[in-house]
Design a protein around this ligand. Structure first.
Ligand code: ADP
Length: 553
């Protein structure tokens, strides 16, 4: 056998958050982080100042007795201090554990105990939510309160700025990091059983942050100003904070001001070019802009939306009425999270492309796998499904920023098939590798042995001018096994009926997809990360507590 000949490149250069931290000073030290501390007050720090504060914070972590591999929790909004923690914790070799502030109390207690967090950094505005839990968080030695507000009844509470003051100025002698080391931990909201921990490595974060800069992906560049609305406790805010640091892009953080009014104000005053958030926030913002003609969103030339299917109408209205481009991404906590991105070609061989129906059909898809992400579709019998744009199967993915196992769940194999992650999303892929998700496996409606895509029905319903929100769930049916039940929020004081909505759907979907029942509700319940919560709708249906149900005549 011939001996392997090694390449003579710097193969040992570790892909770690150290490099991203160094980029804060090396790339564009004058870039700014702007945090909306009050609805109309923005505080600004440069990347160079941030890097200095990260060094101080690293020393604070040492004082707190944080060692390599320790988990350090954050319970915080998107703001400057959280951004600092994104660097200091991984760079001292510890693990940044971003706690989802919107989880139920039992889930939070479970997560902190499961991760064995030693210290939790908490925003003062969130102290009331955390102090109730503190007696049951046995592993936590200290709470560090960020901001001047009360520490309440938190035991062993310290103050962030006091600690930063005490350690004084100066650099920090960081430990070397092996790129395989854990850098961050994020639990998925847990659709079944307890939440599961996804343990990101320095390598996966480095590569995923680099991928935020792919032109066919989020396309983050030095010229961007990035408004990260997607929470920093949700899959590392889709890689935007680390990506901005690496690219040298300005960052805008909304803290707790996530209503349409403060966000519109922030967009108007800061002029971000890129914004990342779930469709519900984009939809709230659009309605707000409709009601307030002075709102100017047009700086957003490169917004990214995902987390659930992005209604085509939403993207279209933004483009047509506000000259705002929203592109769709797909992924999950286990995929860091961006795995596919939809950025159709704007030019063909014949010249500029028209934004006609075919274009919008493409935009409504979840897009193509990013480089380094490999994707396959597997049917119920375990066979690979062809990429013909029609046949569907479960999406399975593998790649350097895809999870291979959950934290401390050695026996959990259901989500993994060898090196492939089973996503639980059902999709078709066309010959150009464009992914189109029809449903999550558990949301799919099985009617008379055929599948009805809840995602597509929702998409078409939300294209109706009077429909604000639509979530479609399966309703048990004696004859067909399941039929679609459409839960719809209508625009105020309109008189659209169930029959009108069926007429709207008739030319758009297969005949047997047409729903027989609607529930006109005041609001669709949302999950902790702002997605439609179909679990709640299903249990309301089962308990007979789903308001506003009407049959189609
Ligand atoms: P969870 O929703 O379970 O809390 P995640 O936030 O990780 O956890 O969500 C991942 C899921 O969100 C995906 O498996 C998929 O079902 C859905 N999703 C994400 N982006 C999209 C998209 N662009 N279109 C459709 N579904 C999406």
């Amino acid at each position: 056998m011939t001996k392997q000949l090694d390449g003579l490149m710097q193969n040992d250069f570790q892909l770690s958050v150290h490099h991203i931290r160094r980029a804060l000073r090396a790339n564009r030290p004058e870039a700014t982080v702007a945090t909306l501390v009050q609805p109309d007050v923005v505080e600004r720090t440069t990347f160079a100042q941030t890097a200095d504060r990260v060094d101080r914070l690293a020393r604070v972590l040492g004082r707190l007795g944080i060692e390599q591999g320790d988990r350090v929790g954050t319970f915080a909004w998107n703001n400057q201090r959280h951004f600092e923690l994104y660097f200091a914790i991984p760079c001292v070799g510890a693990v940044l554990h971003t706690l989802n502030i919107r989880l139920f109390e039992e889930q939070l207690t479970y997560i902190v105990g499961h991760a064995e967090d030693k210290v939790i950094f908490v925003d003062d505005s969130l102290v009331p939510a955390l102090e109730k839990l503190a007696p049951s968080l046995g592993t936590v030695r200290n709470y560090v309160v960020m901001g001047d507000g009360e520490a309440g009844s938190l035991p062993n509470a310290l103050r962030y700025e006091e600690l930063m003051e005490e350690v004084g100025e100066g650099g920090f002698d960081y430990p070397e990091i092996d790129e395989r080391q854990a850098a961050a931990l994020c639990y998925t909201s847990g659709t079944t059983g307890n939440p599961k921990g996804v343990l990101y490595s320095h390598r996966s974060i480095s590569l995923h942050s680099t991928a935020t800069m792919f032109r066919d992906g989020l396309g983050l560049s030095r010229g961007d100003k990035v408004l990260a609305v997607v929470p920093m406790f949700h899959a590392n805010a889709w890689g935007l904070p680390h990506g901005a640091a690496l690219a040298g892009a300005d960052l805008v953080l909304p803290d707790r001001h996530l209503g349409a009014a403060p966000l519109a104000g922030l967009i108007g005053s800061e002029g971000p070019t890129l914004m990342g958030c779930v469709p519900t926030i984009f939809s709230d913002l659009l309605r707000f802009a409709d009601e307030h003609p002075s709102v100017d969103l047009s700086s957003l030339t490169n917004a990214t939306c995902g987390g659930s299917a992005v209604p085509r109408q939403l993207m279209k209205e933004y483009e047509e009425r506000h000259r705002v481009n929203i592109f769709q991404a797909w992924g999950m906590t286990e995929t860091s999270p961006v795995a596919t991105f939809c950025r159709p070609l704007e030019r063909t061989a014949e010249g500029p492309r028209e934004h006609d129906d075919a274009y919008w059909d493409e935009r409504a898809k979840q897009g193509r796998p990013l480089p380094w992400v490999e994707l396959r579709l597997i049917d119920d019998d375990g066979r690979e499904v062809p990429w013909d744009g029609e046949s569907t199967g479960e999406i399975q993915v593998r790649g350097p920023w895809i999870a291979k196992r959950y934290f401390r769940e050695e026996g959990d194999t259901e989500k993994f098939d060898g090196e492939w992650l089973r996503t639980g999303d059902i999709a078709a892929v066309d010959e150009h590798a464009n992914v189109q998700i029809s449903d999550r496996a558990k949301d799919v409606i099985k009617s008379g042995g055929e599948w009805i895509s809840s995602v597509e029905l929702e998409n078409e319903l939300m294209a109706h001018p009077d429909v604000v929100e639509a979530a479609v769930i399966a309703k048990p049916d004696e004859r067909w096994a399941e039929r679609p039940l459409c839960c719809v929020v209508l625009r105020e004081s309109c008189d659209t009926s169930a029959d009108d909505l069926v007429e709207h759907l008739r030319p758009r979907v297969a005949k047997w997809w047409l729903p027989d029942e609607f529930a006109f509700v005041e609001e669709i319940p949302k999950t902790s990360v702002g997605k439609f919560d179909k679990k709640v709708l299903r249990s309301r249906l089962a308990e007979g507590a789903l308001e506003g149900r009407v049959l189609v005549s």
